[in-house]
Design a protein. Structure first.
Length: 235
């Protein structure tokens, strides 16, 4: 029941963000950096209007939602959703956070989303990121490209990993680093996999009960398996 409630809250918050974007008939530009305010209070998406394009050097809060295409250098904290696009500092909220570019910390209980670049920490139950350099801890972590560590209670899913994935199940299309889990799957790269079941397709070394590397000298091998052949494939 608790999981269903959290899922419903995330769906409602995502719908609200999409609806707010759909209402914009023109794309305004953020104010120049020399125009800013130390404190700002928002009540809903782009409400009041000044919260949409302004810059905050200090503290921005949502009672109950804050958003905008401007910048926050400091802290953005809201009761429900914090959704300013550009953050230098900390972004947090009771339900979820959404940003495009963030340097610092993004943390909420149900979910965090970043659509372009995140440098630092993204921590929540569900983490969604495009490109992240840093640390992504949560129950479920999804990233396009990660340089650093993904640490999940359940699952890590990434396109490209340069670093480490640790959880119950890990998937990376390209892994240059280490996977530590019950089930590890990697499509390519130079990697080490440690788990009960390890699946790889190109180069790497595996330690586990069931090990499979498609391009290995012995594709199936228990306990230890490796392949360091130079192979070329047309993707």
């Amino acid at each position: 029941m608790r999981f269903l409630l959290i899922a419903a809250m995330i769906f409602a918050a995502s719908f609200a963000i999409q609806a707010a974007d759909a209402d914009a008939t023109a794309k305004p530009e953020a104010q120049p950096l020399d125009k800013s305010t130390p404190i700002q209070v928002g009540f809903w998406f782009d409400t009041p209007e000044c919260t949409k394009t302004s810059n905050v050097y200090g503290f921005k809060t949502g009672q109950v939602v804050s958003s905008g295409i401007g910048r926050v250098y400091g802290l953005e904290a809201s009761w429900l959703i914090s959704a300013t696009e550009n953050i230098g500092g900390v972004q947090t909220a009771g339900i979820g956070c959404s940003s495009k570019n963030l340097d610092g910390i993004q943390a909420a209980i149900p979910y965090c989303m970043n659509s372009e670049e995140l440098n630092g920490l993204q921590a929540s139950i569900l983490n969604l990121a495009s490109n992240i350099s840093g640390f992504q801890p949560g129950a479920v972590n999804v990233a396009n490209d990660i340089h650093g560590l993904q640490l999940a209670v359940l699952t890590n899913i990434s396109q490209d990993v340069y670093g480490m994935q640790a959880g119950v199940a890990n998937y990376a299309k390209n892994l240059n680093g280490v996977q530590l889990s019950v089930v590890n799957v990697s499509g390519g790269g130079d990697c080490m996999q440690i788990g009960l079941v390890n699946v790889g397709f190109r180069r790497g070394i595996q330690f586990g009960l069931v090990n499979y590397i498609r391009d290995g000298w012995f594709p199936f091998c228990p306990f230890v398996n490796y392949s360091w052949k130079i192979v070329r494939h047309l993707d």
